[in-house]
Design a protein around this ligand. Sequence first.
Ligand code: PGA
Length: 257
Amino acid sequence: MNKTLRKAVIAGNWKMNMTPSQTTALINEMKPLVADADCEVVLCVPFVDIAAAIEAAKGSNIKIGAENVHFKASGAFTGEISADMLKETGVEYVVVGHSERRQYFGETDQTVNLRSLAAIKAGLKPIICVGETLEQRELGYTETLLKYQTKMALTNVSAEELKNVVIAYEPVWAIGTGVTATADQADEGNGYVRAAIAEAYGADVAETVTIQYGGSMNAANAAELVSKVNVDGGLIGGASLKAADFSIIVKAASEQK
Ligand code: PGA
């Protein structure tokens, strides 16, 4: 196990929050606070905020991401956004398969895979989310489910392409609930994801893949979570809407080597 083989990525997921003007203000507040980060800093924002976010982040170390992408290149899909459209805006990352998309918008393991492939083809870096519900955890399916979701999401993704993929382990029961997985639970879940990648691509490849933890990560618990060997940063919801909190999380990840 060698953490130095992979880059920690701290990514905010703003979900359905912030207007374009609020986006400009928040990023301007964040920029100086994260300027000396020693990890990748990403903000994934609503589609309509992307232009404002790219403009505000210009010249800084903050990368911008989207929160979803359609799997088709173009066509009659009213209301959807393609990977090429995103790429042209200057977005570098895109969240794929978030549990809220799975839960409320019919996202399946197959469409997660198709969206990931579309993102990769367009030169975007997908942040692919996997995670078990409380019921699945209590039934003892966590390992099986995480391995299944990971392998399904990565179907037809080559080892070369995997270099531009981030996986986020997000236990559904910890998202937006204030209930954080313990650092050991996070490490274990991330370890299952890494084991699935090792089964599919070999242990050497698995060692190089960035696997984040997500689910109520905040300024108070980030340092312990990111200290775990399998936890390479985080996907942050609520705490990414506050500049001070987000910058503390970025600092915690920067100090982990
Ligand atoms: P949370 O969300 O930090 O608000 O729990 C995390 C996520 O959904 O990515």
